[in-house]
Design a protein around this ligand. Sequence first.
Ligand code: FCA
Length: 344
Amino acid sequence: MPKSFSDSPLRVLIALVTLGLVALASSCSKGPESAAPAKAGTVKIGFLVKQPEEPWFQLEWRFAEQAAADLKFSLVKIGATDGEKVLTAIDNLAAGGAQGLVICTPDTKLGPAIVSKAKAANLKLIAVDDRFVGADQQPMAAVHYLGISARKIGEAVGQTLADEMKRRGWTPADTAVCAITFDELATAKERTDGATAVLLAAGLPKERIFRAPMRTADIPGSFEAANTLLTQKSDVKHWLVCGSNDSAVLGAVRALEGRGVAVENAVAVGINGTDCIVELEKAKPTSFYGSMLLSAKEHGYKTSEMLYKWIKDGVEPPLDTRTIGTLITRENFRKVLKEQGIRE
Ligand code: FCA
């Protein structure tokens, strides 16, 4: 028999043994997850946010990046500020080989369109922050969602304002509430409804709780809303301010300053805790008293991790996850932000 024939079974055997050893070694070093169908590094997910300029969303992205680095998946960050951008982004993600997306949609009514597009492209989907609303105007409970306990956090804002009012010795007769509202968004409405309900229970008369609706959910939108109210109610001595997030409250604080209301005659409490850091760092205190700090890490890292495990290991996340808030003020914000990995 020619030499080449007698050699080849041996070569094949050696090659097989070598391959087996390599496979064994790599499965040991990768740990239990290596049993999953997708190889490490092949998972790709999109993270779409409605307001990429807001520190809150930048932090969500930062924590999602951390998850991507820890779990070794690829992350595509997309600022999706309107419906068209969202739908194009989903097409692009699918074409680019992504298997899922986390999204804070610019409009919750886009929910059904997002769901059907994601389904058609075989993309797994998690809604973060803002819950999808169906054609029947109800929350889309079948879509996986991670958001805040909005009512409770709003109530904590109301309680903080009521406590400050009491501490300062203000009476319901010389105090009024400026609630900057954005009722189009359920999570925003629940927050301001929670805050005003607690203030009502704390003794503020209904007719002194003023709602100022924002046309746009940003600082200029809240400035305008507050300014209109303050112009009409120039006889109010003390103001308690709440809103759906830091931007909503910061616009009102700027409006109070513009109307010449003294810093000590107003107390404003925000939500997010991430978009007011510069405000709290100001050497001279403003009437922005504090904020309910939300967990950007849960919203950015955990959602990405849940999606990754769903794609890679078939572990379906819970349908509805809610996170809590912690009050930060000038007294404790540096310490708390450091503990939460937001500031050095
Ligand atoms: C909404 C708000 C954000 C943030 C988030 C948790 O999306 O617009 O500012 O509060 O919920």
